[in-house]
Design a protein around this ligand. Structure first.
Ligand SMILES: *Cc1c(COP(=O)(O)O)cnc(C)c1O
Length: 388
């Protein structure tokens, strides 16, 4: 199935809604049944029918089919945030006494689940540097049931060898879950490498317009069904029809946006590396990246996020640079139309800033849909005031 077919046609039945090109937002909480028998059948198989919109809804259903197809998965679920996709992917598969191996520094709220919530129920987590397969092996115990991956990480871009981790996991009957937000299935399809469940924050590239918070998860039908009947339904974690509609709208242009962002990002990487005030740069598809070969192998391309360090002796210099930017704006998140930065020093007390610590002068950049020269000129004028 080609991507254009998935994005433009799959799952859409125009005859059901007046041949409208754009599917309707089926804004209903519940669905009618003509007979007791129909209702009985629906109660017995809620996963397969429209009964109540906390479960299934026709607008959400179209999106589910497209996400599953993009991921090369049997099935998918759509959530009201990436964080709830993470929570609902992990929780159904662990019980008291179980052990998880996770990459170190996963997404903030995934880490909070591992550190604060799961220990209350007797589930422990070991964090590892996931760049080396032997670390996975060494951390695995007899009670390890789950490997949690995030490749690349969204600040430092460490990768895991997906095929190697998946094959180790399979040999021990361990479930694998990956956060694939950085790549989207357009640039990396984790299930093709043997990973069981792949999730994304759809807030980022799938929404694509900085106006929706949502998450998506793909895997086997059996896994999706298990999650549906447990945490998905009990926590009410599904996306609303309106949010699913916004994500469908975003999906239509995903390849075009990624193509543009990819081109601009590569131009920004080349330019940044030539600037005297840039002391280091991290980007998975840059030949200088420590895991460049692996990135080339498992990621079709890379775009959007990169992290660079600036030549600053004081925190004031970094602040001055960031405050002077006019076209880059300062905000969390990424994947929208607008270019963004987050300086590392915003996440620490001013007094803690140490110019000798390479991470303290880091700035994470998200490259949006603006022209490369507009972005470069902006960085240049801010650098002149701060560093030159
Ligand atoms: C944003 C993000 C999440 C969380 O997604 P939300 O939609 O904000 O809940 C998870 N993982 C990564 C890598 C993210 O960037």
């Amino acid at each position: 199935m080609d991507i254009s077919y998935i994005l433009n046609q799959l799952g859409e039945d125009h005859h059901e809604y007046f041949n409208a090109v754009s599917p309707p937002i089926v804004q209903t909480s519940n669905f009618l049944f003509d007979t007791v028998d129909d209702m009985r059948k629906a109660f017995a198989a809620e996963y397969d029918v429209f009964l109540y919109s906390r479960g299934n809804n026709p607008t959400v259903e179209i999106l589910k089919q497209k996400i599953a197809a993009l991921d090369g998965a049997e099935d998918a679920l759509v959530f009201n945030s990436g964080a709830s996709a993470i929570f609902c992917a992990v929780l159904p598969f662990v019980k008291s006494g179980d052990h998880i191996v996770s990459v170190k520094s996963p997404y903030t709220w995934a880490q909070r689940m591992f550190d604060v919530i799961l220990p209350r129920f007797g589930v422990t987590t070991t964090y590892i540097d996931g760049t080396n397969i032997t670390h996975w092996e060494e951390a695995t115990r007899s009670n390890t049931v789950l490997y949690y991956l995030e490749s690349p990480n969204s600040w430092s871009y460490e990768l895991q060898d997906l095929a190697a981790v998946a094959s180790l996991a399979r040999s021990r009957s361990i479930l694998t879950i990956i956060d694939n937000s950085y790549c989207t299935p357009l640039y990396q399809r984790p299930l093709d490498f043997g990973i069981d469940l792949s999730l994304q924050s759809a807030t980022k590239y799938i929404g694509g317009h900085s106006d929706t918070v949502a998450g998506v998860l793909s895997g086997s039908r059996a896994h999706m069904e298990k999650i549906f009947y447990s945490e998905y339904m009990t926590t009410g974690a599904g996306a609303t029809p309106f949010h699913a509609w916004l994500l469908l709208r975003g999906l239509r242009t995903l390849p075009a946006r990624l193509e543009r962002i990819t081109r601009t990002t590569h131009e920004m990487v080349r330019w940044l590396k030539q600037q005297s005030w840039v002391t280091a740069l991290l980007f998975p598809h840059d030949p200088g990246f420590p895991q460049y070969e692996l990135a080339k192998k498992q990621m079709k391309d890379a775009c959007g996020l990169l992290t660079f360090s600036v030549q600053a002796q004081t925190v004031a210099q970094v602040e001055h640079f960031c405050n002077a930017l006019r076209r880059f704006r300062m905000a969390v998140s990424w994947g929208g139309h607008e270019s963004l930065i987050i300086p590392k020093c915003a996440g620490m007390p001013r007094e803690a800033f140490d110019p000798a610590n390479p991470s303290h002068t880091q700035i994470r950049m998200y490259v949006g849909l603006e022209e490369a020269d507009v972005l470069q000129n902006d960085l240049q004028q801010a650098a002149i005031t701060a560093f030159l």
